[in-house]
Design a protein around this ligand. Structure first.
Ligand SMILES: NC(=O)c1ccc[n+]([C@@H]2O[C@H](COP(=O)([O-])OP(=O)(O)OC[C@H]3O[C@@H](n4cnc5c(N)ncnc54)[C@H](O)[C@@H]3O)[C@@H](O)[C@H]2O)c1
Ligand SMILES: O=C(O)[C@H](O)CO
Length: 322
């Protein structure tokens, strides 16, 4: 079985044991990254393709005659044409819950930083405002506690449940919006329609996949329904939140702040409304919520199991029903 790694460097492989995944196939071509124009040629002789964020489209599945398996080195599979893969008999598997702890820690960091106005206070100290103040402390803009506030979760899967647990530990009330009914074991909190959820949230955290149902889910109309001091967190995918609408909502003080780890274009070579937005309570991180060393190793370990299960004829983590 011949494997092709299209974007190994996206895993920052230097401090993890990725060779065990290389050894899960009989032979391999390993590319640190792959420009779109080179994909077809590189995967032409592959039985298995490993991709984190390289986009695999219909034309690639049509031309890669030997391809049997795509292992997405991520949870999100929005970079893969899943229907086309199924049409050409290619199984697509992802990695589940490997980064939940990292995601929860990153989301918690953003929630706390924004509720406590960390960007403004950091800037104030750097600009010398504390040094020249007539009191011993700075208390403007207002600092808010989490206890007693309402945390809304969109997408109550691995990371959504983990962020809900963090919220409960902080004394928050949890509400969730989820596309499917949950099991008792998942302890899904009251499920509300999105329109009913939005006005109640002090913090809204997004944890659903990007797909045709969730694209632009949080648009200007949705943002207008939120509390004027609400905090929006998106560690899921760019495109679920309309970025121009979010920048406008921040500029017009319709919400109190936002923490965003993901953008529609990554890296954002062509600019982005959120990168030019100067709102004092906006934090943008470079899609690295998942990226702890522990999570990257867990991703590799799980991918080894995915390949081994496929080779045994007992595929796991299938996302395209094939
Ligand atoms: N920023 C990062 O570093 C990072 C890391 C891991 C995952 N992610 C993204 O976060 C997403 C969630 O990750 P996860 O591990 O919690 O995945 P998960 O599959 O465990 O949970 C996703 C949940 O969303 C629900 N859902 C699906 N469609 C929905 C819809 N239309 N409306 C509401 N809920 C819907 C699913 O039923 C599921 O419960 C991934 O799809 C991925 O795109 C980002
Ligand atoms: O979906 C994921 O797992 C993250 O975006 C990291 O690739």
């Amino acid at each position: 079985m011949h494997g092709v790694f299209l974007d190994l460097d996206s895993l920052a492989p230097a401090d993890v044991n990725w060779q065990k995944l290389r050894n899960a196939v009989d032979s391999a071509d390993v590319f640190p990254h792959t420009p779109a124009a080179d994909i077809a040629e590189r995967i032409a002789g592959a039985d298995v393709v490993f991709s984190n964020k390289v986009q695999l489209k219909r034309e690639h599945f049509a031309s890669a005659k030997q391809l049997k398996l795509v292992v997405v080195l991520a949870t999100g599979t929005n970079n893969i044409d899943l229907a086309a893969a199924a049409e050409f008999g290619v199984t697509v598997c992802n990695n589940v819950a490997y980064s939940s702890i990292a995601l929860v820690e990153h989301s918690a960091m953003l929630i706390l930083a924004l509720m406590r106005q960390l960007p403004s206070y950091h800037a104030a100290v750097q600009q010398g405002q504390w040094q020249t103040h007539n009191q011993f402390c700075l208390l403007n803009p207002p600092i808010r506690q989490l206890s007693g506030k309402t945390l809304g979760i969109i997408g109550y899967g691995a990371s959504g449940q983990g962020v809900a647990d963090f919220g409960r530990a902080m004394g928050m009330n949890i509400l969730a919006w989820q596309s499917r009914p949950g099991t008792d074991a998942e302890r899904i909190p009251p499920r509300l329609a999105l329109d009913a959820l939005l006005p109640q949230c002090d913090v809204l955290s997004i944890h659903c996949p990007l797909n045709e149902q969730t694209r632009d889910l949080i648009n200007f109309a949705a943002l207008q329904k939120m509390k004027p001091d609400a905090i929006l967190i998106n560690t899921a995918r760019g495109g679920i939140v309309n970025e121009a609408d979010l920048a406008r909502a921040l500029n017009e003080d319709l919400i109190g702040g936002a923490g965003v780890d993901v953008l529609t274009e990554e890296p954002p070579r062509n600019g982005n409304p959120l990168l030019s937005c100067k709102h004092p309570n906006l934090i943008v991180t470079p899609h690295n919520a998942w990226g702890s060393r522990e999570a990257r190793q867990a991703l590799i370990d799980q991918s080894v199991r995915v390949v081994a299960a496929f080779r045994r004829g007992e595929a796991i983590n299938i996302v395209n029903g094939c």
